[in-house]
Design a protein around this ligand. Structure first.
Ligand SMILES: [Zn+2]
Length: 112
C-alpha cells in the first residue's frame, strides 16, 4: 500500500505597505509563498505547486500574485532580506533619479 499526499509550507517573504485593493487602506501587507509538496509515506518529495499571495493585515484580504510580481515586491520591500542588490530604487540617490523629480516639461507647473 502506497501512502501519498500533499503537505503545505508557508513562507513569509516580506512585509510591505501597499494600498489594499479591497479596503483601500495603505496598510501593511505580508508577502507569502505557499508551497505544496507531494509526499510519499509522509516524506515530502518535490513541490508541485508554488503560489505567491499578499495579505492585507488591515482587512485580511488575500490576493494572489505571480512569481515575478512577488519577486519585485520583495525587492521593493527593503531590498534587503536575502537579496543582494539593495537600495536600488528607494531614495538611494537624491534628485538624480531618472523618473522622478525632473519631468522634462511635461506637466511642469513652472512653465506656464
Ligand atoms: Zn485591506
Amino acid at each position: 500500500m502506497i501512502i501519498f499526499g500533499t503537505k503545505g509550507y508557508l513562507y513569509q517573504l516580506a512585509v510591505l505597505t501597499l494600498v489594499c485593493g479591497r479596503c483601500g487602506n495603505p496598510a501593511a501587507h505580508t508577502l507569502r509563498k505557499r508551497v505544496t509538496k507531494f509526499t510519499l509515506f509522509f516524506v515530502p518529495l518535490f513541490p508541485f505547486s508554488t503560489k505567491y499571495t499578499t495579505q492585507c493585515t488591515f482587512c485580511g484580504a488575500e490576493q494572489q500574485t505571480t512569481a515575478a510580481q512577488a519577486e519585485q515586491l520583495r525587492q521593493q520591500a527593503g531590498g534587503g532580506q536575502a537579496a543582494p542588490g539593495h537600495a536600488a530604487g528607494y531614495g538611494a540617490g537624491p534628485a538624480t533619479g531618472p523618473q522622478y523629480g525632473q519631468a522634462h516639461g511635461q506637466h511642469n507647473p513652472y512653465q506656464n
